[in-house]
Design a protein around this ligand. Structure first.
Ligand code: GDP
Length: 321
């Protein structure tokens, strides 16, 4: 049964990639569709860099660096070191193998391919069985507004400023005129289940949700989120800090509320069992389990539990296509 399921996962980078990998492995030979945030993309040295797409693709291809969650395993840094010697901007770390992918992606785009077509080609070359789709082929850029009145591009905030500035809001430049990349709305429509991976709700999932047609399409489906906040904290990254600075108490309840207009169920960690009552009060069904993915087996186990939970809810809601 698991193998014939049609699953769409919405993902950012690290947390998203780990669960997408678990789903992909659990469903074995049946490809899943992963829709990935591109609001964090940047241009550097004339290259088109898509950090979240790369993290998802490297993870699905078994090439990701397991210790830092981004970049390639067995990476070398010769070009980066030479760039430093030349006094070039060095705030964004570019490994040699990673750089090769950015070069080829940029080459494909400059030869007339869209970002989604370039991603499809690169996925085939990397041996990925799944369908990885950037959320849009138009340019959307996440801006972070900070307490001192300035705004930073996401990578400036995340990498250069190490997420230190206090946030007052976000803008997704270009989102109004952007549309979901080809195939996304159809994949959601045909899906048995949509899973929001444990990615940052503010800057990884929100840009996808703001694209034309995505929210209405999700309102018709069984949608399950896996909370990226565990015991009020993140495993990595600024999501909990962002909830606090946006005036909300970071937790699974805040994640459920963030998606309440379309969410069917949420998978939360044992540490957050105390939040189940308030989540149910919002009309959202919680599942409590271990949501920390330290190993590949953890990824597969969480994927299995999320899918089984989601399919139970989908059947109850007669949402099964
Ligand atoms: P980014 O673009 O690289 O920041 O990646 P994401 O938005 O996909 O992921 C960041 C989120 O992943 C953080 O909020 C983390 O708490 C969450 N995360 C990372 N690893 C895990 C994990 O093993 N389990 C859960 N539940 N969340 C995780």
């Amino acid at each position: 049964m698991a193998e014939s399921l049609k699953i769409v996962a919405l993902a950012g980078g690290v947390g998203g990639a780990k669960l997408a990998d678990g789903i992909s492995r659990y469903l074995n030979n049946s490809p899943i569709t992963v829709v990935v945030n591109t609001g964090d993309d940047l241009e550097l040295f004339g290259l088109h860099i898509s950090p979240d797409l790369d993290t998802v693709c490297y993870t699905l291809a078994g090439l990701a660096n397991p210790s830092c969650g981004w970049g390639r395993v067995d990476e070398t840094w010769q070009v980066y070191e030479e760039l430093q010697k030349l006094g070039a901007p060095d705030w964004f770390h570019l490994g040699d193998k990673d750089l090769a992918l950015h070069l080829e992606r940029t080459h494909l785009i400059q030869s007339g391919q869209s970002l989604s077509e370039a991603t499809r080609i690169l996925c085939i070359r990397l041996g990925i069985k799944d369908r990885v789709i950037p959320m849009t082929d138009q340019m959307v850029r996440t801006l972070v507004f900070t307490q001192d009145g300035s705004h930073l591009s996401f990578q400036e905030y995340f990498v250069k400023e190490q997420c230190e500035p206090v946030i007052t809001g976000f803008e997704f430049k270009g989102i109004r005129s952007a549309k979901p990349a080809d195939g996304i709305l159809q994949a959601i429509e045909e899906a048995h289940l949509v899973i929001l991976c444990p990615s940052n709700p503010w800057v990884s999932i929100d840009p996808i949700l703001l694209l034309k047609g995505i929210r209405p399409s999700l309102q018709k489906k069984c949608v399950i989120a896996v909370s990226p906040i565990i015991g009020g904290k993140t495993i990595k990254g600024p999501a909990a800090k962002m909830f606090r600075e946006m005036g909300e108490i970071p937790g699974s309840l805040a994640v459920a509320e963030h998606y309440k207009d379309f969410l069917t169920g949420i998978v939360i960690d044992h540490q957050d069992v105390g939040e189940t009552g308030s989540i149910i009060d919002r009309g959202i069904i919680p599942l409590v389990t271990n949501t920390i993915m330290r190993t590949i087996e953890d990824r597969i186990q969480l994927a299995k539990e999320t899918i089984n939970f989601g399919m139970q809810l989908a059947r109850k809601g007669k949402n099964l296509v």
